[in-house]
Structure formats: C-alpha cells, structure tokens
Design a protein around this ligand. Structure first.
Ligand code: C2E
Ligand code: MG
Ligand code: MG
Length: 644
C-alpha cells in the first residue's frame, strides 16, 4: 500500500532533509515558539506555586532557564548562525528542547506521585501529553528526536502511574504507551511523505539542472554556447567589478569545412574537440570560453592592460596555430583572432562583441592570425554594411550591368574572346569597382544571385557573336560551392542558346585553397560538358604548379602586376617567359592581363604569351559596343595590330 510505512524505507533509504532550511526554521523566532514558551512557563509555575513541593519549584526553575536560553537563541539566531556550524547549533537547540520536554514529563509524573489537586493534575498531565503529541508532529523530519520527546514525557508519567497504582493512574499508564506508539506511526508516515517530497524535488532539481546545462552548453565540446556565454560573461563582470578590463577574443577556425568535406564530419568533430582542448589548456581559470557557431569561439579574459592582453593573445594564437594530427594526417587548422578590450575599445558588452567581430573580419580579410580592434575599423565596417544593403537591391533596381573586355590573339591581332566584367553604377556613389563589391557579395552569399545574373546576361550577349568567339566569366569560390552550381551554368547556357564549348570559366587559386572537394566536382562536371577553364590572376597567390597538374586548365592568365605597373622589370619578364614556356609545353594558352601599351603587347608576345587583354586593346565595353568591336574585327578594321 502506498501509505504503508516501514522503518527501513522511511529512515535509511530516504535522503536526509536538506539541512539549512531545517535549522533555520527551528531558530527563526515565530509566534508558535512564543505561545508554547509562555504556556510552558504558566503550566510550570502554576504547578510549582500551588503544588507545595520543592521538586516542582526546582523543575520549574530548570525549565524556565531552558526556555529563556531557547528564546534567546531564537532572537539572536542570525548572529549564532554566522558563528557556529549549523550542526552544532541544531544539537544545542534540540538538547534544550529535550530538557524542556523532560521537565514537562517530570511535572506530569510529580503531579501523580505528589497526589496534587485534580485541577493541577489534569493541567500537568494534559499539558505534558499534548506537548508530547505536538512535538512528535513537529519533529516529523527527525523521527529519532520525535521519539525522544515522546519518550521523555510519556515514560515518567507511565512509571508514576504504575507506582501510584490507583485505577485511574493505572489506566493512564496503560493508555499512554498506546498513544506514544500511534504517534510514532504518525511521525513515520509524515516523515515518509516528507522524504518523498524531498526526493521528488531533488530529482526535479537534477533534471532542471541538466536541462539548464544543455540549454547553456554546446553538446560536442561541452563549452558554453551563446546563451551560456552571455550569462557567464555577466557573472565575470559582476565578480571583477565595473573597472576590470576584459579582453574579448573572437576566434575563427579556418579549415573546419575543408576537413569536414575531405575527411568526414567525425574528423571535423575531432578537430573541434582538439582545438577546444588547446584553448582550455592555454587560458586562465577565470576565462569564459564558448563555442559561438560551427567554427567560431569566444573567449573573455580579465586583463590588467592592453600589453597584458597582447601577450596573452599572442600566446594563445601560437598555441592554437600549431599543426595537429587528425587520423594520422597532419592538419594546419589555423585560426584568426579578433580582439577588443572592454573599458578601452568599448563600454558595453554588446559593443565589445561587435568590435571583436569587426577585428576578426579584418584579421580574416588581411590573412592575419590576430588583430586588435581600432576605431577606424568600425567606420569601415559601417560603410561595408551600407554597401551590403545597397548591393542587395542593386540588381532589381537595374544598377548592375555586364561589360565585355576583348582578349586578343597576339599573333593575328584579332579578337578571340570577351571577358564579362560586372559594373555597378550606384545612384549616389557613382561607379563602384568590382574589386570593392565582389568580396562583399562573396562574404554575404549575394555572389550566387549576382553571379547567376552575370552568367545569364553574358551568355545571352555571347550567343549573338560569331561561333568562334568565346565568352569568359569569372566565378568565385562561393559560387562553385553552391548546390547544383554546374547544372545552373549549363542551364543558363541552354536558355541563352550558347554552346558549352564557347564558355571559359575563370577561377583563381583561392578556389582550391578553400574547398578542393567541391572545386574538383564542379570542374569535372563542366569539363565533361566541354566548358573550358582559365586560371586567373596567376602569380599573385601561391602560384602552385600542383593545381595545373591536378586540374584541367586551357588558359593561364598572368596577373596584370607582371605586365603593367611599378613592379614590372627584368624579374617579372623572366617569370612571364617561364610561365609562357611551361604553358606552351602543356598545350595551354597564356594570357597577359593589363596590357596598356603597344610595347608591352610586343614584348609579351615575344615572351611567349599567346593572348593579350588590356586597355591598349580596349576597356570593358557594353554589349552593343562589343558587337561593334567584333564587326570592325571581321572587317579587318581592327587597330589590334601588335603582330603586324
Ligand atoms: P579579373 O578577372 O582579373 O579582371 C580583370 C581586371 O583587370 C578587370 O578589372 C579589368 O577592368 C582590369 N583591366 C583590364 N585591362 C587592364 C589594364 O590594361 N590595366 C589595368 N590596370 N587594369 C586592366 P575589374 O573589372 O575592376 O574587375 C576586377 C576583378 O573583379 C576581376 O578581376 C574579377 O576578379 C572580379 N570580377 C569582375 N566581374 C566579376 C563577376 O562578374 N564575377 C566575379 N566573380 N568576379 C568579377
Ligand atoms: Mg578574370
Ligand atoms: Mg585577372
């Protein structure tokens, strides 16, 4: 039965009642305590004064002392709790209460033994037994103490009843043990229920703590998540006071996506866990560390000064940027860290986070491992945000246009293709260079819509050109990674009626650095469909020859910094010659970008470049003007007479 009670269940299996509140409730002065104390004193002294016995007076004195000590402890409980361990204090309280109960038991027994008047006897016995009953209920959370109160009151009364041996006292001596036993059962039942309530509330607390933990932490790394970070940062600031400088580090892991895609998500998880372990190992104990996104982490560190922050950040960066071994492969995970300091760069937490994020963007843009926030970054960021917003509506407002710049065969001087270059005329800011807005479009993902639009427009224009004229479009890494990117391009060509073999896609090395898996699939799919590829801006990045070996390129476009500009000289000439020689052997066309003069065109042709592009031949022009250039080219009216 649910309410059947046995001692083993109620006392040994049940958890103890949580102490603090228990002790406090005993000590805190309350009306019941004063009423009971007053009643005890009245009963004690009435019996003592009208009972004509020194024993009763002595007992009343002892009990009064105990009552006053008990009341004193209650009134000064706050100070006592501060000074004395709870357990000891509780023991004292209980001992005093036991002394009071013992005295009340003694009054009952003496009332019988001394044959007091009926009124006094009834008062002493009735009060003592009522008090015993009340105490067993009050001590239901400690059945042992309840038994002690009942025992100390009931036992002397029973013994005295048997000793006096009148019919009434004998009946009383027989009834009181029954009363004690039933009260004990009642105490146990209440205790059992109390324990159940405590257990359930503890279980609920544990579950809610677990939910709270899950809500505040990242499941994989066990680090705080976004919400957890905000709470922990508030705690940190509250602990250290408003004048504490706190450095906020916003960390970004470079290679997670690459590892996920090339080695699988399990290995990506290992990378995250290992980086978490490193971060924990190199940060002080009072730092707050959180995972803020798939590959972003936040770290808040109390610091003494900017110099101290710089020292810590450089140590952390060095530790995190060491290569690590993942499933036997050596990985350079690489991190960029943006840093802002509360109290110096920002006054509020939300501004601090913005500043650290801006510093991180700057670090990533400039390929730095660490970057500290400076106020100018904020205004640049704001400009960039504005650009981002304007770019979003630029296509729909008709502010974008596709222009075409011809590529000239350096031997024949004739146009062989056009490169599509997007142009943006902002209603207020005028012409904005693609070198400014393309990176913004890339970062925000708008490049996918923009790139699709450029490809569609360019293909439509190119479909009107003679069959031997090719169209080149620039494709950025994000476009290549987009799901169905290759199919999208083929669809655009079909829609425009342009044969795939007339399209050249220009990509830069960054495509392979960021994501070789998608790049491979994308290029394989389109190469099978006869689309051509050109490696753009060759010479500006790593210029790794392994890409030329691994992927099929028809053209290499030597960056314009080797052709025009201040760094051009014997060195760049030697490099151009070497690249051109290699291209010839590999059967590739070598395009020289940025040809601005006839001399440059001649010397590049002599150096082995097969195609040329640049202002000398033509700037990027509208589709209509490109048509006119083609017509002039067909009629041999071209001025592109480099070789002639
Ligand atoms: P890119 O693909 O290397 O394009 C060649 C850039 O060199 C063009 O700059 C072109 O105007 C410039 N140029 C051509 N001849 C000369 C010359 O004789 N002297 C000098 N100084 N510059 C010359 P533009 O149009 O400003 O484009 C810059 C970059 O923006 C492009 O470099 C390309 O990476 C990107 N871009 C342009 N349009 C698109 C597009 O539709 N999609 C994507 N993804 N990127 C684009
Ligand atoms: Mg290009
Ligand atoms: Mg280029």
């Amino acid at each position: 039965m649910a309410n059947s009670v046995d001692n083993r269940t109620s006392e040994s299996v049940m958890p103890p009642i949580p102490d603090r509140r228990y002790y406090d409730s005993f000590l805190v002065p309350h009306l019941g305590l004063f009423l009971a104390s007053g009643a005890n004193l009245i009963v004690g002294w009435v019996c003592a004064l009208f009972g004509n016995s020194q024993w009763l007076v002595a007992s009343a004195i002892v009990m009064s002392l105990a009552i006053f000590v008990r009341l004193g402890m209650s009134l000064f409980h706050a100070r006592l709790i501060e000074k004395m361990p709870h357990k000891r204090l509780n023991a004292y309280v209980q001992a005093i209460e036991i002394a009071i109960s013992a005295n009340l038991g003694l009054f009952g027994a003496l009332a019988l033994v001394l044959q007091l008047s009926h009124n006094l006897e009834t008062l002493a016995l009735g009060y003592a037994l009522t008090y015993a009953t009340a105490m067993t209920v009050r001590c239901a959370d400690r059945p042992g103490w309840a038994r002690a109160h009942m025992g100390l009151i009931a036992a002397p009364i029973v013994l005295a009843g048997l000793y006096v041996a009148t019919p009434g006292s004998t009946v009383l001596a027989l009834i009181v043990p029954g009363l004690a036993l039933s009260m004990d059962k009642l105490t146990q039942a209440v205790h059992y229920n109390l324990c159940n309530i405590v257990r359930i509330s503890q279980e609920r607390k544990a579950v809610s703590e677990q939910y709270h933990f899950l809500a505040m932490h990242d499941g994989l790394t066990n680090l705080l998540n976004r919400d957890g970070f905000h709470y922990a940062l508030d705690d940190l600031l509250a602990q250290h006071g408003p004048h504490q400088r706190v450095a906020l580090l916003w960390l970004d892991l470079h290679r997670l996506r690459d590892v996920n895609e090339s080695q699988g998500y399990a290995t990506g998880d290992k990378l995250l866990c290992e980086m978490t372990r490193r971060m924990r190992a190199c940060t002080p104990d009072d730092a707050v560390l959180a995972r803020f996104g798939s590959d972003e982490f936040l770290l808040a560190l109390p610091v003494a000064s900017r110099a101290h922050a710089e020292q810590l950040v450089s140590k952390i960066s060095e530790h995190l940027n060491r290569p690590l071994r993942l499933d036997l492969a050596l990985v350079e995970a690489g991190t960029s860290i943006g840093v802002a300091i509360l109290g110096e760069d920002s006054a509020t937490v939300s501004h601090l986070m913005q500043s650290a994020n801006v510093a991180l963007m700057q670090a990533k843009e400039q390929g730095l491992e660490t970057c500290f926030y400076v106020p100018e970054m904020g205004s640049k960021r704001a400009e960039r945000k504005e650009l981002e917003r304007d770019l979003r509506s630029a296509i729909s407002r008709g502010e974008l246009a596709v222009h075409f710049q011809p590529l000239i065969d350096l031997d024949s001087g004739r146009i062989c293709s056009f490169e599509a270059l997007v142009r943006w005329t902002h209603p207020e800011k005028g012409e904005i260079s693609p070198e400014v807005f393309i990176p913004v479009a890339e970062e925000t993902g708008q490049i996918i819509t923009l790139g699709n639009w450029v490809t569609a427009q360019a293909a439509r224009a190119a479909a009107t050109w003679p069959d031997h004229i090719l169209l080149a479009v620039n494709l950025s890494p994000t476009q290549m990674r987009a799901p169905g990117a290759a199919l999208g391009i083929l669809h655009a060509l079909r829609q425009a009626g342009l044969a795939p073999h007339r399209l050249v896609i220009e990509v830069t090395e960054s495509v392979f650095l960021e994501d070789s898996v998608h790049a491979r699939h994308f290029m394989d799919d389109l190469t099978r469909a006869q689309v051509h590829f050109a490696l753009d801006d060759f010479g500006t990045g790593y210029s790794s020859l392994s890409y030329l070996h691994r992927y099929h390129f028809d053209k290499i476009k030597i960056d314009r910094s080797f052709v025009c500009g201040p760094e051009v000289g014997p060195h760049s000439d030697a490099i151009v010659r070497a690249v051109a020689g290699m291209g010839r052997k590999l059967g590739m066309e070598i395009v020289a970008e940025g040809i601005e003069t006839a001399e440059q065109a001649n010397s590049l042709r002599r150096a082995g470049c097969t195609l040329g592009q640049g202002f000398y031949f033509s700037r990027a022009v509208t589709a209509e003007m490109a048509q006119q250039l083609l017509e002039r080219d067909m009629n041999h009216q071209t001025r592109f007479d480099v070789a002639l």
